[in-house]
Write a protein that binds this ligand. Structure first.
Ligand code: SAH
Length: 256
């Protein structure tokens, strides 16, 4: 029996090897080359982000970000979240258009905003302004759950598809006006808003747990905006600090 089984097993291995090498010959080198090229560019982007953090340390109050945030920046394939024709620019440290007059944010800003959320382990977070889904993916790298809301339906749908393809099954995307938040899953450890509002939406502040933080760009459509961190103390009182000036697309409402 053993004598029979062995050759069969070997034959099976050989078939698997042949199939494997055929598969490699057809799709392997190209895909592998592309991935290597993107991961090299991504490593360089992470180094650029570290430099930007150093330069911004007087605003941030630190010269290094949370290692979990840096690891997430090193892991998330940003090229999957930008339009195909812009993939070669995906690892430059700048925002890029994603259609519908919206943008994927600058990577160093994504990293700094994520760090400013000061997230606990097993974090449970809300994002308003899914856009490409990139910021949600960065959060999903180390959070237990990410709920994200996008007002432009085709953007939200596309983001949900990309996130699912990449296996981020801890992210839920909802299409709609994020002003009211997502009360069913509240309270959140942190809320991040990635579009500029004039004031922090009251429902989002309510959905923050005591000790939680909101990171939000505040300022008018055409005026200077400031990135603001709002902290909710254990007694529910709010305090805010401005971090640095930013420029975001406007927070819109359904009636806009
Ligand atoms: N976080 C995104 C950046 C997206 S730009 C990324 O990583 O790619 C901001 C997004 O906020 C836009 O897609 C815009 O459509 C969305 N937005 C603006 N107002 C909104 C609102 N009231 N509710 C939900 N999304 C909103």
């Amino acid at each position: 029996m053993v004598g029979v089984r062995r050759p069969l097993a070997n034959l099976g291995n050989m078939v698997a090897m042949i199939i494997g090498s055929l598969f490699f010959a057809v799709s392997g080198p190209l895909a592998a080359g592309e991935d290597a090229q993107f991961s090299q560019a991504r490593a360089e982007l992470v180094a650029t982000i570290a430099d930007r953090v150093q330069e911004t340390r007087s605003y941030l109050g630190k010269s290094k970000l949370d290692p979990r945030v840096m690891a997430a920046m090193a892991a998330v394939p940003r090229h999957k979240f930008v339009p195909k024709n812009l993939q070669s620019a995906a690892y430059e440290n700048r925002p890029l258009p994603i259609g519908h007059q919206q943008t994927i944010s600058q990577p160093s800003l994504v990293a700094m905003m994520t760090d400013l959320m000061e997230l606990p382990a097993d974090c449970h977070v809300l994002e308003v302004g899914t856009g490409s889904g990139y910021q949600a993916a960065v959060l999903a790298e180390f959070c237990a759950s990410v709920h994200t809301i996008e007002i432009v339906a085709p953007l939200g749908e596309r983001a949900a598809e990309v996130l699912a393809e990449l296996g981020y099954d801890n992210v839920q995307v909802r299409i709609g006006d994020g002003f009211a938040g997502w009360p069913e899953h509240a309270p959140y450890d942190a809320v991040i808003v990635t579009a500029a509002a004039t004031d922090p939406p009251a429902p989002l502040l309510e959905q923050l747990r005591p000790g939680g933080r909101m990171v939000i760009p505040l300022g008018g459509r055409w005026r200077t905006q400031e990135l603001v961190v709002i902290e909710k103390a254990a007694d529910g009182s709010l305090s805010r600090r401005e971090v640095f000036p930013v420029r975001f697309v406007p927070f819109t409402r359904d009636e806009d």
